[in-house]
Design a binder for this molecule. Structure first.
Ligand code: N01
Length: 550
């Protein structure tokens, strides 16, 4: 494969590859596929020893989708969609990992993937218009274009608890789960954190451990996932409806099949409203946000009624009234944080081997060799699970040693929060793209991230056709998009209490990290870019590049 610029054989040394993708998650695998399909030489470097990204690292018991499996998988190949029969509506991690490995082999991508290659430095060389990328093992390569598909939830966060390193038992983070099985049987286990990961793993540990102690700082509004097997009839329906399903998923604002409801809570009398809340409680996953009453996320009264309905459910399920009250949130409304969806979560607290420590009453003071110390004393444990979240959005990009034009590091450029255009490029970092990074929309991630990968690939094709080999967003375009993101923060249903503002990481700038304009805003802006012949970007030929084809 020739370089995109078609350099003469005796010209300056071309980069090792046209496109280097970093990260073998769902976005990176798709980017590798698209780049190769478009005729670029491409490689992918991945830190892990297997592909899957989030679905490789988060292999803790109970980890599963909360988007419907067939809406999360790839849609670029009808054959792939038809031949992969998901077992459950919300697949568990092992099935997801098998699927992503299948895709890699099915499209012959594995030989272009280097595992165990954590990028530690990526430096742009302006004269040649290339990136030099180095991995932890010292290996280096050069690439014309660098696509960091490193994900938003890929840097696990461990709180700075004094004595954490002194703990003598086993210790695991949900986001760095080992590939060898963890045995909970007969052990005294603690789980710290009750976000989406904590509430998934807690019921599974309770089934096995001698005792489970849950350390909860803030309860969440948890509602049932309502998972189940995909029946033969549903499989047949999926097979028949590929075109229709793809059409909905390619265009829906949040990338789901769930359809918005057309009634407000005030349109229904109390009895019907209650029946509708019950229907929502029994509905699958994110339909509780998308197909709910139109006012439930926006009107305080409607939201409070739905929250009270959930609180009643918790009181019904949890036998100990004092424990039930501790499991009911008081500090935020439904949808102010990303809500977790659960299977038998509240029921777990009825088990005799499960106890709850409310960290608002007794905060963690530190850890000792034996266990966790609070104002109540030290509780001894054999195993501690940290379900304490991630450095969302910018975590991975800021740890890759990215240095752009003139020695400017990405960490300096983003010292007050990320600045991007389309959540894809940032000024002064030519030929760097980061689909699936900060300033993407909340929703079904593969859909939005896939749109971004499609745009990146189309852009590379556009450049090649015109003989350009460097592209960089204009600062004005970056400023416009970033200002739109900042304004969106005020309109967002998410509050500053959410990690979407970076507030879970001490010292991180408090900046909204999502595009609340969602897919419609992304589509509109991409249309504008294409219509205006990429005027939001500066394109050039590198100094040592031969003249473009006549
Ligand atoms: O992380 P989180 P997560 N002492 O940040 C607590 C996706 N996901 O890994 O709320 C004690 O939500 C913290 O307490 P508080 C999904 O997008 C998807 O669970 O800050 N506790 C909180 O309870 C999700 O939103 C699935 O008071 C401390 C918890 O740790 C995202 O990943 C499954 C603490 C962190 O919760 C992150 O979820 C799993 C401290 N010092 C994850 N510091 C699916 O179902 C933090 N905590 C697809």
């Amino acid at each position: 494969m020739t370089s995109p610029t078609g350099r003469a054989p005796d010209g300056p040394r071309p980069p090792d590859v046209d496109v280097l993708v970093v990260g073998a998650g769902i976005t990176g695998i798709y980017q590798l596929y698209r780049a190769r399909e478009a005729g670029f030489s491409a490689q992918l470097w991945e830190a892990g020893e297997g592909v899957g990204g989030t679905w490789y690292w988060n292999r803790y018991p109970g980890a599963r989708f909360d988007s419907e499996s067939y809406t999360y998988g790839y849609l670029f190949s009808e054959e792939l969609f038809r031949e992969w029969r998901w077992c459950e509506h919300f697949a568990e991690q092992p099935e997801i990992e098998r699927y992503l490995n299948h895709v890699v082999d099915r499209f012959d991508l594995r030989r272009h993937i280097r595992l165990g290659a954590a990028v530690t430095a990526a430096v742009y060389d302006e004269p040649s218009g290339t990136w030099t990328v180095t991995a932890g093992d010292g290996r280096t390569t050069s690439a014309r274009f660098l696509v960091a598909a490193t994900g938003v939830l890929s840097v696990p966060y461990f709180p700075d608890v004094s004595g954490r390193q002194d703990f003598g038992g086993e210790s695991y983070h949900t986001g760095l789960w080992p590939t060898t099985p963890v045995d909970f049987r007969g052990k005294r286990v603690a789980v710290i954190g009750t976000g989406s990961s904590g509430v998934q793993i807690i019921p599974l540990i309770a089934d096995e451990a001698a005792s489970l102690t849950v350390y909860q700082r803030t309860p969440n509004w948890c509602t049932p996932l309502n998972n189940g097997p995909v029946t033969p009839e549903e499989q047949a329906h999926l097979q028949e409806d590929f075109e229709a399903i793809k059409e909905i998923l390619d265009t829906s604002p949040a990338g789901f099949l769930h359809q918005p409801y057309d009634r407000a809570s005030t349109d229904d009398p109390p009895a019907e409203r209650r029946a509708f809340f019950e229907k929502m409680w029994r509905s699958p996953g994110f339909s509780k946000l998308i197909s709910h009453y139109t006012d439930v996320l926006f009107d305080e009264g409607a939201n409070a009624q739905w929250c009270e309905f959930i609180a009643e459910k918790v009181r019904d399920i949890v036998a100990d009234p004092a424990m039930a009250e501790k499991l009911i949130p008081r500090d935020h409304r439904f949808g102010e944080k990303r809500p977790p969806f659960v299977t038998e979560y509240y029921e777990t607290f009825n088990k005799p081997n499960v106890s709850l420590v409310d960290l608002q009453e007794t905060p963690i003071l530190g850890m000792t060799a034996a266990g966790i110390e609070t104002a109540d004393g030290v509780r001894p444990f054999d195993l501690v699970v940290w379900a304490t979240g991630f450095d969302f959005g910018t975590g991975a990009l800021l740890r890759m040693g990215i240095v752009g034009r003139g020695g400017l590091s990405l960490a300096e450029h983003w010292s007050e929060g990320p600045k991007t255009f389309l959540g894809i490029q940032t000024a002064d970092f030519p030929n760097l793209f980061f689909p699936g990074g900060p300033h993407a929309a909340a929703g079904n991630n593969p859909r939005y991230n896939g749109d971004q990968v499609d745009f990146v690939t189309d852009t590379l094709v556009y450049l090649r056709a015109r003989g350009y080999d460097a592209i960089e967003v204009e600062p004005a375009a970056e400023q416009r998009w970033t200002a739109m993101i900042d304004r969106g923060a005020a309109k967002s249903t998410f509050g500053e209490i959410s990690y979407y503002f970076g507030t879970n990481i001490p010292g991180k700038p408090k900046k909204y990290l999502l595009n609340s304009g969602g897919r419609p805003k992304l589509f509109a802006m991409i249309d504008e870019v294409v219509t205006n012949h990429y005027e939001a970007f500066r394109m050039s030929r590198s100094a040592d590049s031969p003249p473009p084809p006549a």
